[in-house]
Design a protein around this ligand. Structure first.
Ligand SMILES: Cc1cc2nc3c(=O)[nH]c(=O)nc-3n(C[C@H](O)[C@H](O)[C@H](O)COP(=O)(O)O)c2cc1C
Length: 523
């Protein structure tokens, strides 16, 4: 191609010269187009970074352009209704329809192959009934909590200001206020954009943003100041996140704005470090003491923690610490290895952390088996974007669900997968004002509200069709799965669901090794 390009450049210049000399000087105007193309080509051949441009001057740029718009091309021209990842077209479309209060019904019958292995469904009852969304609230707060919170079954999952734009955070918070559900701040602290009147779950991560001293350690005074704000209804200690468990992060000093420094309580001019693990505790017993300290400092608000299940022994150690100290968190949020993020290394996103189904069942079982389940609510975080999605998670042990990417789609996210580039085309996951200003707060807050309301209504309709009157009645055996072409099983036949207290009294073989190895004194 290099030779051809030399030939092309020489021909263009030669033809222009000859034709101009022959009495048609107007042809020289074509050089306005050709000269920049020729210069670009010679620059491409001279640069040393991209081999493709050296070999294919000018044309090589199309590859970069196509790579850039590949997700969009795939979405618009290639994917079917039931493929596309992480969310397929059908899953996205229902969020868009519900957030716009548009038609969310399907014509002509299901597009799913109901005979495919892995197909899942719930069975209806002849005694179908009507359920009111008002009956779906979940009270979060164990015996030591002085300010229990009546939560919706669907809330905004943790996403920080920084990962999301100011307008996105504002819209989520106003939507949460309109629909009476909670908005998790994410680990980046409480920003002014979070303070639009919606209920907040303040997430405290390993960087202790908003409650740290200058060395980055937990600071009780600043924690108390913010935790006692009336908007803060619950506090969530972030242990890990499914998309990147055990991976810390650094915000370089160069990217640290005055606004972020104030929100996070960090000095300007230094890198901001989120270490992989916590410094406020290093054993399960210390973790329980930390939870108690946070609850006391907050005036008795519900305090819980979020994790993606990793080593089973470590979670069982936490259960043992709860039994030993009598201190229990008010809630535990379980994220799956398939969880979303603004940015994570490929290996962490793809290959670390227990997937949600197994993680959720394990946490539910561990708490039931330890005899602690009645003190602690379990919140599922991961792909709860439809009525069925929520009912499935409740069947596996969740009391309520959080949604991150579902809420992003309600804000207009088109799954362009550019959250880590600062060029989110719809202004959701970017700090670049050029993109962020495209997101109109009033419109998108209404969409967040609509998505929540219509999804909750779908849960009510499905529960009614199943003949159930409250979420606690949803059980693992309500959820069916095709195992092979002739066999179906319900989830209580596929997974073990433990009896209350069994771990303490007589752990079953599948848990015995991890339970016996677990120690309240160390992870
Ligand atoms: C843009 C973005 C930012 C996130 N930031 C946080 C965070 O600060 N803290 C956290 O615990 N999880 C964070 N998450 C993970 C979500 O809260 C959630 O657990 C995960 O995406 C799975 O839920 P989903 O399937 O509803 O998205 C983030 C996710 C996304 C997409």
């Amino acid at each position: 191609m290099r030779k051809m390009f030399h030939l092309f450049a020489a021909s263009v210049l030669g033809i222009n010269l000859v034709v101009a000399v022959l009495g048609y000087p107007a042809i020289l105007w074509s050089l306005v187009v050709f000269i920049p193309v020729i210069l670009l080509g010679y620059r491409d051949m001279a640069q040393k970074q991209h081999s493709i441009l050296r070999n294919y001057p000018v044309l090589g740029h199309f590859r970069f352009l196509l790579e850039e718009i590949r997700p969009e091309i795939h979405q618009y021209f290639v994917e079917s209704d039931t493929d596309g990842a992480p969310f397929n077209r059908q899953e996205r479309s229902v969020v868009y329809a519900r957030s716009k209060n548009a038609r969310d019904t399907m014509p002509f019958g299901t597009m799913q192959d109901v005979y495919e292995v892995g197909y899942e469904w719930v069975n209806h009852s002849i005694l179908a009934r009507h359920i009111d969304p008002k009956d779906l609230r979940v009270t979060i707060g164990g015996p030591d909590c002085k300010q229990p919170y009546s939560a919706s079954i669907l809330n905004v999952s943790a996403m920080s200001f920084g990962a999301l734009s100011p307008n996105a955070i504002k819209s989520l918070n106003i939507g949460a206020k309109m629909g009476n559900f909670a908005h998790n701040t994410g680990e980046g602290g409480i920003s002014p954009y979070h303070l639009q009147g919606g209920d907040l779950i303040w997430q405290v991560g390993t960087g202790y943003f908003g409650c740290r001293d200058h060395e980055g350690r937990f600071n009780p005074e600043t924690f108390q100041m913010r935790a006692t704000r009336p908007e803060v209804k619950m506090i969530e200690v972030k242990i890990s996140q499914g998309a990147k468990p055990g991976h810390g992060g650094i915000l370089p000093a160069a990217k640290l704005t005055k606004e972020i420094a104030e929100i996070r309580d960090v000095p300007m001019g230094h890198d901001v470090n989120s270490p992989p693990g916590h410094t406020a505790f290093s054993t399960p017993l210390e973790m329980m003491e930390f939870i108690k300290q946070l609850r006391d400092l907050s005036g008795g608000k519900p305090v819980g923690f979020k994790l993606c299940v990793g080593k089973r022994r470590e979670f069982l150690s936490i259960c043992k610490a709860m039994l030993q100290t009598g201190i229990t968190p008010d809630f535990i949020t379980v994220d799956g290895g398939e969880g979303g993020t603004g940015a994570a290394p490929l290996e962490f996103t793809n290959s670390i952390g227990t997937p949600l189904v197994e993680g959720l069942i394990f946490v539910h079982n561990a708490l039931v088996g330890s005899g602690l389940r009645d003190r602690i609510k379990v919140i599922s975080s991961g792909k709860a974007t439809s009525g069925f999605g929520i009912i499935k998670r409740m069947a596996l042990g969740a009391d309520a669900c959080n949604s991150a990417r579902g809420m992003m789609m309600a804000l207009g996210c088109i799954q362009a997968q550019k959250c880590n580039t600062n060029t989110c085309p719809v202004g959701v996951a970017t700090q670049n004002p050029r993109y962020a200003e495209a997101l109109v707060v009033e419109d998108k807050a209404q969409r967040v509200y609509n998505f929540h309301k219509n999804t909750e209504a779908s849960v009510c309709e499905m529960m009614g069709a199943m003949g159930l009157s409250s979420p606690e009645e949803i059980q693992p055996w309500h959820l069916m799965r095709r195992i092979n072409s002739t066999e179906i099983k319900n989830y209580s036949e596929i997974y073990d669901f433990l009896e209350p207290g069994v771990l303490v009294n007589d752990p079953p073989p599948s848990y015995a090794r991890a339970w016996n190895a677990a120690k309240a004194e160390s992870f």
